[in-house]
Design a protein around this ligand. Sequence first.
Ligand code: UD1
Length: 386
Amino acid sequence: LKIVSVVGARPNFMKIAPFIRAVEDWNKNDGVRIDHRLVHTGQHYDDNMSRAFFEALVIPEADINLGIGSGTHAEQVGQTMIAFEKVVRQFQPDWIVVVGDVNATCACSITAKKERVRLAHIEAGLRSGDMDMPEEINRLVTDRLSDLLFTPDRLSNDNLRREGVSEERIKFVGNIMIDTLEVQREKAKILSVAEIVSGNLKEGQDSKMNVLRGEKYSLLTLHRPSNVDDPQTFGEIVDLLTNELARDMPLLWTIHPRTEKQLKTFGLWIKVVSVDNVLALNPLGYHELLRLNMGATVVLTDSGGLQEECCVLGTPCLTLRRNTERPVTLQEHGGASILVGNDRDQIRRAYYKILQGGRTPSRPELWDGRTAPRIVEALVQKSSLG
Ligand code: UD1
């Protein structure tokens, strides 16, 4: 059985690692052998956005790297399709497996179906309902084309049914990212917060280490275009964070490359690096971010993956978005996060409210660390049924 799986950007790596491990485990048994190839589209290419994750999560080097890199969405998707088509024609897989909702996911899904190869989507059925999000377009296209849709929760099953996806194509398997969290959490736990911070501070901030003396800190990540691409919106968020919220406790901000670029373009960088209680950090490795999350008093983020990790770890989480494709992580579904959008007053109110609650870990159904083996088994079974 020939399978090609695809990764492109940072959030894909923690989803593919357990899948590859489950394929290797499957091949230890007698029976159908899986011939697997990993393709990296190259959408993320900085060492700390890509290679570091392969090393930390022990992902074997990609068999092929398409080297696509940054660009407009059309450039990324178009160039990925052209390059991936050649790989598909050469290897002629039985299945193409894509994960998540980045441009690499969408591009390779379209190519797969045009080449008449069966397509499986891991993390299917998530819907934010927000067509301004490039990821929502990627999810809709990928799910519409997929032959097998592996869903992380029951709400996603409902979304797919509403769109008319037939029952035999939907497989509720749980959240594959939690497989990675469970395998890696002990390794993260023993890391020192102070060492992670001092080893990853942006230049010229060494003197800030002394603000980290207490137990408490908040943890921030931002990268969505809706938060960082408009100078006024982003300016107000930065103002609130640096002038108000960081007064309460040190704010650890791990800064995505596009966010750093925007901070500098909008003249906001100086604000961030000049406030004592704001510690600007490089993008962190998997274990490092997990460790900071485990110890954080509160997380502020617009990342979907972090929202899910907060849910399982129980870290109070403010999601700086107006909507989410991951409602099971919200407090009203038993999770740890509150949606706060990007309005200053709303963020401030929710911040002080959430600080009054404690850590309440919650585990949605089948977020049990065994999602990847369920996926591999379903793929093999579906293949033998023709
Ligand atoms: C992509 C995904 C998003 C995901 C995020 C996680 C899409 C549409 N978006 O957004 O869903 O949450 O990854 O990081 O696929 N850059 C670098 N080095 C890199 C990669 C990017 O400097 O290794 C900079 C470049 O300036 C680039 C910008 O970041 O133009 C944006 O990168 P891109 O891959 O287009 O999207 P992300 O914002 O990372």
